[in-house]
Every structure is written in structure tokens, then in C-alpha cells.
Design a protein around this ligand. Structure first.
Ligand code: C2G
Length: 129
């Protein structure tokens, strides 16, 4: 069995999020998703996501092909999460290209192209206008 792991905020969930999860799952049999906490977002970006971590987690948990969801409390704990969930492949969008190569000693690291022309920021901007 091939276990895939990926991480994200998944705020204001959109089709770009859905597609990366779908493409991640297609690389294996079991998909684990780390949803970043509100506190982690605040510490990195100085702002909270629009949707709470409970709401973001609930959405991800109810996607048919997602097998397991946990909270990502810290960016510095990736190695611990990869070991804990016995990940064979770490998948991230290519906005993170190169950033997680240090983990290639314990799993395959794959960066997938982002879905073009959609992001949480753009959705928020569109609604604002
Ligand atoms: N994504 C995508 N296409 C888009 C937008 C996002 O493929 N148009 C992907 C990103 O590349 C990422 C995932 O969807 O792999 C989640 O994106 P974000 O919610 O923006 O996640 P981020 O805040 O980058 O959190 O430990 C890492 C962090 O938790 C990642």
C-alpha cells in the first residue's frame, strides 16, 4: 500500500484545492491530509484564515477519497508527521518546489503543478469587487 501525505490551509475551499488532493490520491492508495491550524496561519502570515480550522477540517474530512485528516500545528514538525503517518510520498503544489527536498531521505517528494488562475486570494478579491 502506498501512503500519500499532503499539507495545506485549504481556506475558502476551491477547485484548485480539490484537484491537488485528487492528483495526490492518484499516486497511491491512502491519502492523509494535514490541515494547518489557525494559530499556525497567524504565526506565519499575521492573519487568520476566513474559515476556522474546524470548518476547514470538516470540509477535507468529507471528501470521498480523503482517508485521514489531522491538524498541522507547526511547519517545523513535518518530519515527525511524515514518520507518524508512515508517508511513502509527500505531495505539495509547485509553489513549494524545493522546499521539502530535505525529506527525500524518508519518502518520495513530489511537487505537482498548481491549477492556474485560482486562489483563495483571487476568490476573495472577486467577491469584494
Ligand atoms: N493549490 C493548487 N492550485 C491552486 C491553489 C492551491 O494546486 N490554484 C495547492 C497548493 O499548491 C497546496 C494546496 O493546494 O499544495 C493547499 O494550498 P494552500 O491552502 O494555499 O496551502 P498553504 O497555505 O500553502 O499551506 O505545510 C505547508 C502548509 O500547510 C501549506
Amino acid at each position: 500500500m502506498n501512503r500519500i501525505i499532503t499539507f495545506g490551509t485549504f481556506d475558502v475551499f476551491h477547485v484548485g484545492h480539490l484537484r491537488i488532493l485528487q492528483r495526490a490520491k492518484a499516486l497511491g492508495d491512502y491519502l492523509v491530509v494535514g490541515v494547518s491550524t489557525d494559530a499556525l496561519n497567524f504565526s506565519k502570515k499575521n492573519k487568520y484564515p476566513v474559515y476556522s480550522q474546524e470548518e476547514r477540517r470538516e470540509i477535507i474530512e468529507n471528501i470521498r477519497f480523503v482517508d485521514k485528516v489531522f491538524y498541522e500545528h507547526s511547519l517545523e514538525e513535518k518530519r515527525k508527521y511524515l514518520l507518524e503517518y508512515q508517508a511513502d510520498i509527500l505531495v505539495m503544489g509547485d509553489d513549494w518546489k524545493g522546499k521539502f527536498d530535505e525529506f527525500s531521505d524518508i519518502c518520495r517528494v513530489v511537487y505537482l503543478p498548481r491549477t492556474p488562475s485560482i486562489s483563495t486570494t483571487e476568490v476573495i478579491e472577486k467577491i469584494r469587487k
